[in-house]
Design a binder for this molecule. Structure first.
Ligand code: ZN
Length: 191
């Protein structure tokens, strides 16, 4: 995207602690630690509720052990703000989790659109063998809260490669469900 004011990059080494197989992560970090594994470029006209942020995210393919490369993931700081994603290249999964811990994982091929509803935590995963490129769009006042995932020990499920190369959801054994009071405080942010 040309003419935009903002972009950021994540290097492999920045994603420490996200993957189940820590020794596989450490081994990859030795050789690919400085590699940019995803990049987000966006156009943010302002931060008013009625405006939109539009951008493109690019993710390289890969696995840490049997777990596919993924973004850090977030819930919107304004928790009741939705988002739209549209695949321009590659094959991905949008992993979505409600604050109560329900998972929806949507496979996204070329020209698939995914609607992420208000209140849902979301993360993109590249389950293909080429770059995953997606257009996204969300309300300009949404903001991002990345801590919510770390606070629960990760998302409830992991997207793992099966032996035939397809993906599957596997329980994340480190996941801790959000307590009722934390849930109430979170939902109140969108009221
Ligand atoms: Zn988002």
């Amino acid at each position: 995207m040309k003419g935009t004011g903002h972009s950021y990059q994540k290097k492999f080494a920045d994603l420490s602690g996200m993957y189940a197989d820590a020794s596989a992560f450490d081994a990859l970090r030795e050789t690919r630690g400085d590699e940019v594994v995803y990049e987000v470029t966006d156009f943010k006209p302002n931060d008013r509720a009625g405006d939109l942020i539009t951008g493109v995210t690019r993710m390289v393919p890969g696995q840490v052990g049997h777990e596919f490369f993924m973004t850090r993931g977030h819930i919107h700081a304004q928790v009741d703000r939705p988002e739209m994603y549209f695949v321009l290249r590659g094959k991905g999964v949008m992993q979505m989790e409600s604050p109560e811990g329900k998972t929806e994982a949507m496979e996204m091929g070329l020209h698939t659109m995914c609607y992420v509803p208000p209140y849902w935590i979301h993360r993109s995963i590249n389950v293909g063998t080429e770059e995953l490129v997606m257009l996204f769009c969300y309300p300009a006042d949404s903001g991002q809260n990345y801590d919510i995932i770390a606070q629960s020990g990760g998302m409830r499920h992991r997207v793992m490669a099966r032996t035939d190369g397809a993906w599957e959801l596997v329980d994340n054994s480190a996941y801790r469900a959000r307590a009722r009071d934390a849930l109430g405080a979170l939902m109140a942010l969108g009221a």
